[in-house]
Write a protein that binds this ligand. Structure first.
Ligand SMILES: Cc1cc2nc3c(=O)[nH]c(=O)nc-3n(C[C@H](O)[C@H](O)[C@H](O)COP(=O)(O)OP(=O)(O)OC[C@H]3O[C@@H](n4cnc5c(N)ncnc54)[C@H](O)[C@@H]3O)c2cc1C
Length: 394
């Protein structure tokens, strides 16, 4: 059996990043325009090819354990792979087998039933927290799970923006479980084909991605104790872990997006002449490129530092604050870079067949989902007070 690599060896990390970059260049980027022109989804055969190749190259599974079908990556390994995935548009990396991180807290039965098949690419999950009146402030969640006999529950509620909701076989639903006169935030693994689960709206969004973000209604859905994920009342703690990881993942992908925007913009600016000079020789073009480079490089240092702290076992609350800072900076910076790139490409920057145009639309949501930029600022400001300025800045 091949010796397992030293996960912190710089040569191993460089090889992993290069493997992911080659996969993105050869197996994802070539399909972007097809996806864009088709309004999002790729042909089923192409979807399968992407999933298969990612499995062969062991680039799937996020941070999930090898024994569950993932790769047991460190946060740094994962960050480097996500960075490369971020270089692609149209969510074509979404065909790579993966599952939400809260399954780590799943029971052996849930891991066999949902997590392992998801990491083999046989099914998709979805994660439903947001509601009509509970977005940035989840304390307003009204979805309820009520005990209706020994080991039985009835779930009622409506969830908004359920990514993968139309294809998922299982939906992780955040509900307030009524128990002993208390309301306990709890995650339930709800089979998508359970009676009472329905999609009530599926409107188009700004990006052309593989799947939509429908509104889902849960009416008297019958569940049992073993559908509870991670224990009764543990929903908020699990969600905080999910947010920390997901926010760092968004930072990593935004960094990859900035890198590709800069690569393509430099290539264009070096090779196109207007006004008797190459575009890059006009300061009106070269200065925004320099600003984008500074954004991308600074964001990368911050993101890698959060990954390093995670791997070093730093205080999870500090990591949470810094992950918010990384998401805030990288998503805002990526938006700026995409806007500059559109301008540098001129009229071509407004064509949907140009990556800059697609990134310009697609990166917008990174300032909204997994907590808006304003919510990240709240977390960062609170962390400055509670974890200390020095801990947050050094
Ligand atoms: C494409 C897409 C996919 C998504 N996927 C999922 C998913 O899979 N699962 C899921 O559960 N959710 C998902 N979401 C929901 C997403 O997480 C929420 O949209 C986001 O958290 C913001 O909530 P909201 O839309 O209700 O906005 P609101 O909370 O109503 O906020 C509106 C505005 O007010 C600002 N604001 C709110 N509170 C404050 C405050 N205290 N201080 C300063 N400003 C504030 C916000 O920053 C924002 O600018 C998705 C959203 C989108 C767009």
């Amino acid at each position: 059996m091949a010796k397992a690599p030293d996960q912190s060896d710089p040569r191993h990390l460089a090889e992993l990043s290069e493997r992911a970059a080659t996969f993105v260049n050869e197996n994802l980027i070539p399909h972007e325009v097809t996806a864009e022109l088709a309004g999002g989804p790729l042909p089923v055969e192409t979807q399968r090819e992407i999933a298969q190749r990612a499995l062969e190259l062991r680039l799937h599974g996020g941070l999930h354990l090898a024994e569950h079908g993932g790769n047991s990556w460190t946060a740094t390994e994962w960050f480097l792979v996500e960075e490369q995935f971020g270089r692609s548009t149209n969510g074509v990396s979404w065909y790579i087998p993966n599952a939400y991180n809260v399954w780590k807290a799943g029971s052996p039965e849930q891991i066999e039933r949902w997590l392992k098949p998801a990491l083999r690419g046989e099914l998709h999950d979805a994660y439903a927290v947001t509601e009509i009146d509970a977005g940035s402030d989840p304390s307003g969640i009204t979805t309820r799970a009520v005990r209706v006999g020994a080991g039985k529950w009835l779930l009622n509620g409506e969830k908004w923006f359920v990514t993968f909701g139309s294809v998922a076989k299982v939906i992780v639903v955040m509900a307030m479980a009524a128990e002993g006169g208390q309301l306990l935030p709890t995650l339930f693994a709800v089979p998508a084909d359970a009676p009472g689960v329905e999609i009530i709206a599926d409107v188009p969004f700004t990006h052309n991605y593989p799947h939509g973000h429908p509104t889902m209604r849960f009416t008297d859905v019958e569940l049992i104790d073993s559908d509870i994920l991670g224990g009764l009342g543990n929903g908020e703690d699990l969600q905080r872990l999910w947010f920390t990881e997901e926010r760092l993942g968004i930072a990593a992908r935004c960094i990859g997006a900035m890198q590709r925007l800069i690569e393509e913009s430099v290539d264009w600016a070096v090779n196109r002449e207007q006004g008797g000079a190459r575009l890059i020789d006009h300061q009106g073009v070269s200065f925004p490129l320099a600003d984008s480079a500074a954004d991308a490089a600074a964001g990368r240092l911050l993101g890698l530092e959060v990954a390093r702290l995670t791997d070093a076992g730093a205080d999870p609350k500090l990591v949470h604050g810094k992950a918010s800072m990384a998401k805030l900076f990288c998503s805002e910076a990526a938006g700026r870079c995409a806007d500059r790139a559109v301008q540098i490409f001129g009229g071509r920057g407004y064509m949907r067949t140009t990556a800059a145009e697609r990134f310009w639309r697609e990166l917008r949501v990174d300032r909204i989902w997994e907590g808006t930029s304003e919510v990240q600022r709240l977390v960062v400001a609170r962390s400055l007070e509670r974890r200390g300025v020095k801990s947050m800045l050094t």
